[in-house]
Ligand binder design. Structure first.
Ligand code: FAD
Length: 359
């Protein structure tokens, strides 16, 4: 073995909210561990996102395990900056062993360990938790002619504020929360069209992240049996103040997406065209799993087959925080705690029983 290889029980890849939740429970266990995070600063994906972005729920419904998020100092739900401050404070409070910036490039199977190779050192781990999120993998669907379009194109991952877009003719594509919020904001200062594949599904006005919290609790046996249904049964879009305000202005409606782009226009299904200066793709993300390519376990849909959060094909690997496929509501602050707790319990059992050796 290379003498520079550091040996630990668990490597956590990613220091966002999912990685921190797992680390909270690892801190309480007898396992030794390290968190490797590619960013220079704390906060994971919350370092990105647009200035007006607010949480879907009050601070007390948006906390990681062990430590309440302080109430927002503003008049609404917490801002992106308040979440960032909370996550930084959380790392310090629990003295979490985070190495930054360290990007994991590859993972190799060894007889008794997984070998985690990075741009700054190599670790040998009995178990690996991958919690790398989705923010670095924005997804843009294919549209004929989009490559010839000469206007501005932006993914919601890059959108910061209306600055530079005022007065322009803008097409916003995508029917989720990002699309609704960015459309609502830009429609105040620019000519906007909102295009969605299906008619947008709005949640009732009084439903926000608190319902998600209650449903997550119910699913884990702490509430009513019918409470565990996914939030998407009710709708997709949370009626945050900016979206409510757009509805009051009577503009909260979408059209079907265009069929193709030209150099400066979009062409609709009926053959008519509209001149467009900028397109904002609010079309979602894929899980950031490039660092697992070397294991050869990725499915054709880009995900990893799991039972609970544990990889079926590489049983020394767990995945956290990517979406419902890695635990109900696991991609939210409050939902990340439950799957993290169960995952760390499972890892403790496996390491204690030496189940992770000789694979
Ligand atoms: P991330 O926060 O992305 O953290 C992953 C970390 O891993 C990053 O620091 C990344 O740099 C690092 N990384 C990636 N690859 C590597 C590698 N190879 N090696 C080392 N490190 C690596 N959530 C809520 O709970 N409440 C809300 O109200 C809410 N509102 C939202 C509104 C919008 C419009 C959007 C888009 C999201 C919202 N979210 C909300 C969700 C939340 O922003 C993300 O889902 C969450 O930040 C993901 O956390 P994570 O820890 O899984 O990943």
């Amino acid at each position: 073995n290379d003498t520079n290889e550091l040996v630990v029980d668990v490597v956590v890849i990613g220091g966002g909210q999912a990685g921190l939740s797992a680390s909270y429970y690892l801190r309480k266990s007898d396992l030794d561990f390290v968190i490797l995070d590619a960013q220079r600063n704390p906060g994971g994906a919350w370092q990105r996102g647009w200035n007006s972005l607010r949480l879907f729920s009050p601070a007390e419904y948006s906390s990681l395990p062990g430590r309440q998020m302080p109430p927002s100092k503003g008049d609404g739900f917490p801002t992106r900056i308040e979440v960032l401050n909370y996550l930084e404070d959380y790392e310090n409070r629990y003295r979490l062993p985070i190495e930054r910036p360290v990007r994991v490039q590859n993972i190799e199977k060894q007889p008794n360990a997984l070998r985690v190779q990075t741009d700054n050192g190599t670790w040998l781990a009995k178990a690996v938790i991958s919690a790398t999120g989705t923010w670095s993998k924005p997804y843009i669907p294919h549209y004929d002619g989009a490559e010839t379009f000469r206007g501005q194109q932006l993914h919601s991952a890059e959108y910061v504020s209306p600055e530079g877009l005022t007065g322009k003719s803008i097409l916003i594509i995508g029917g989720g929360n990002s699309g609704a919020q960015i459309y609502a904001e830009l429609s105040r200062v620019a000519g906007t069209i909102w295009a969605t594949l299906h008619p947008p599904k709005f949640l009732p006005d009084d439903v926000d992240g608190r319902v998600l919290f209650d449903r997550a609790s119910a699913r884990y046996g702490e509430g009513s049996p019918q409470g565990g249904a996914p939030l998407s049964d009710l709708g997709d879009i949370v009626m945050v103040p900016s979206v409510l305000e757009a509805r009051d202005r009577g503009i909260l409606r979408s059209v079907r997406p265009p069929v193709r782009f030209t150099e400066d226009r979009v062409v609709w299904e009926d053959g008519t065209t509209t001149a467009v200066d900028a397109v904002i793709w609010c079309t979602g993300f894929h899980p950031a799993l490039d660092h697992l390519d070397g294991l050869g376990i990725k499915q054709t849909d880009g995900k990893i087959a799991v039972t609970g959060t544990r990889s079926i094909d590489e049983p020394r690997l767990w995945l956290l925080g990517y979406g419902d496929w890695t635990g109900f509501a696991s991609a939210t602050l409050v939902g990340s705690a439950r799957t993290a707790r169960d995952t760390v319990r499972e890892i403790e059992r496996c390491v204690e029983s030496n189940e992770t050796a000789h694979k």
